[in-house]
Unconditional design. Structure first.
Length: 158
């Protein structure tokens, strides 16, 4: 489940996965949170020559742009699941952190319940709480450690 939620986006943010193309911004708008900015516009795959009349252009959104772009701004992006993503090391490290956070938050209670069911009695959850907290701190640390790797991948694969 964690791979389904974060895998493809993480590949696009590091510049490893998804078809490359150009995104032309028509307008940006903010979401509920300050970091939830999105831009609307058109995506043109790189494999389409510019003389083809733009028949492969399609309207889509740029998720998590690096800045609020002015209309007409062109950005190199990767397309995943109908949404465009700019290669971004900071967003990639954030996705690594949230992927591990999600896996730990869903996995440890499931493990605790399965262990309790297998033994036929409810086990004390104190140890699981400490492992959960340590894993969350580890997820943040791994996200910070993944930042240089994501930065290099974004620069090389861009």
């Amino acid at each position: 489940m964690v791979w389904l939620l974060f895998g493809a986006r993480l590949g696009a943010l590091t510049g490893v996965a998804g078809p490359t193309g150009t995104f032309v911004v028509t307008g940006c708008y903010g979401g509920l949170e300050q970091t939830d900015t999105r831009c609307g516009g058109t995506y043109t795959p790189s494999s389409v020559p510019s003389s083809s009349g733009g028949s492969a252009e399609r309207s889509t959104q740029l998720h998590s742009p690096a800045d609020e772009y002015l209309p007409g701004t062109r950005r190199n992006v990767r397309l995943v699941g109908g949404a465009a993503f700019e290669p971004s090391p900071l967003s990639a490290a954030e996705h690594v952190t949230f992927a591990i956070w999600t896996a730990v938050t869903l996995g440890l209670p499931g493990h605790w319940l399965l262990t309790s069911a297998r033994r036929g009695r409810l086990r004390g959850g104190d140890g699981y709480v400490f492992v959960w907290l340590a894993s969350l701190v580890g997820a943040i640390a791994l996200g910070v450690l993944a930042l240089p790797v994501a930065w290099i991948l974004a620069l090389v694969r861009g």
